[in-house]
Write a protein that binds this ligand. Structure first.
Ligand code: NAD
Length: 362
């Protein structure tokens, strides 16, 4: 299979972790006989330094004509005082908008071998958990009408939560399709006891649910969901929610897994196009020191193969190679505990690569 991948390394540790992920993709390409065609694009502070624009038109055009984008991270002190529209972070928001990426997938996985890193008690964690959170990314309160107005009680401000049936239907389909590939269990999170937009959300999710009779669908309110992910995260498989609730819930879930350096994410649009990135930032404090954990970006590459390439087996192979590295006790500095020795970015990449090469496939 041939996949055209735009590579946006970005700033800080971006180039280091993307190089790691590309090494892993190269290994998969060889082992499974695929062809991955890379086109490097400039984005973020790096692009601003080159041409005065953090998201150059050329980058947008290449990303639009690619099947997928693999992205490192952007930002750093050097660019902190630029006007908002020139800030590196704007580039990534702009790119998501340009590409119409409306579904954000953030897996919250607690690896069995890293249970100590979670702030939750051992009896709650059990053998670990694996939640796929799907957040609507281009609608809702962040994109609704907003402004200030005078009220009888003085000056006020408002932000409107607006969802259309079409927006809910398309994100619900992503969630149901994800559930079909996993344990066929979907929890939709809303606030339908108070919000009209949530009532439409629930009704529409139920309507789409009829097309997926094998998936067990339930609904819970966001306040309850925030409590339940701490009380018993293992009860969840796929969670579907709106932009605002997903923003908060995904951060809460990532915290439960213990490390920011391990979690990937995908932003998906029509026709399997997607942007894949680690959830962390550009980590300026460790740049160039071979200390960055490459796993979040390597797992982002695995999501790329799964969602934009339809390569389930290849994606699973990467995941299994990462699990094995962790189960064998290899740790980068961010996840090493007590007297555990830490290895560097390059060494961790090499170990995962060797695991893939040695893996016997059935
Ligand atoms: P950060 O995620 O970059 O770093 C937070 C802490 O986690 C740091 O101590 C860092 O060393 C550590 N860390 C992050 N990734 C790691 C990894 N892979 N391995 C080991 N340790 C890791 O967040 P921050 O410090 O708040 O932000 C730094 C810059 O990144 C800022 O300019 C911010 O705007 C930007 N940022 C970019 C994105 C993005 O590109 N999507 C996301 C968040 C922050």
């Amino acid at each position: 299979m041939e996949i055209n991948i735009a590579i946006a390394k970005g700033d800080g540790i971006g180039p280091e972790i993307i190089d790691s992920a590309m090494e892993i993709l190269d290994t998969i390409e060889k082992k499974f006989n695929h062809k991955f065609i890379y086109k490097e694009v400039s984005l973020g502070g790096y692009a601003y330094d080159r041409c005065g624009d953090p998201l150059p038109k050329e980058t947008i055009d290449i990303c639009k004509s690619s099947d997928a984008i693999l992205f490192g991270a952007v930002g750093g002190r050097k660019w902190d005082n630029l006007p908002v529209d020139k800030r590196p972070e704007r580039a990534i928001l702009g790119l998501r908008e340009e590409l119409g990426l409306y579904a954000n997938l953030r897996p919250g996985i607690l690896f069995n071998s890293l249970k100590d890193a979670s702030p939750l008690k051992a009896e709650i964690i059990g053998d670990g958990f694996d939640i796929a959170l799907i957040r609507e990314l281009t609608g809702g309160i962040y994109f609704g009408e907003k402004g200030y107005k005078d009220t009888p009680r003085g000056k006020g401000a408002y932000d409107i939560e607006l969802y259309t049936e079409m927006e809910i239907e398309r994100i619900a389909k992503v969630a149901f399709n994800t559930a079909m590939k996993r344990n066929k269990k979907l929890t939709s999170v809303d606030k339908a006891n108070v919000l009209e937009a949530s009532r439409l959300w629930r009704k529409t999710v139920e309507k789409i649910g009829k097309l997926y009779p094998e998936v067990k669908l339930d609904h819970i309110y966001i306040d309850n969901a925030s409590m339940q992910v701490i009380r018993d995260p293992r009860q969840f498989d796929v969670i579907l929610t709106s932009n605002l609730f997903g923003d908060i819930l995904s951060d809460e879930i990532s915290m439960l897994t213990g490390s920011i350096g391990l979690l990937p994410s995908a932003s998906l649009g029509e026709k399997n196009k997607g942007l894949y990135e680690p959830i962390h930032g550009s980590a300026p404090d460790i740049v160039g020191s071979n200390k960055a954990n490459p796993i979040a970006t390597i797992l982002s590459a695995a999501l790329l193969l799964q969602h934009s390439g339809g390569l389930e087996k290849e994606s699973k192979t990467i995941e299994m190679a990462v699990h094995k590295a962790l189960a064998d006790g290899y740790r980068t500095a961010d996840i090493a505990r007590g007297n555990e020795d830490a290895i560097g970015t390059k060494e961790m990449t090499e170990i995962i690569k060797k695991n893939i090469e040695k893996m016997v496939l059935n």
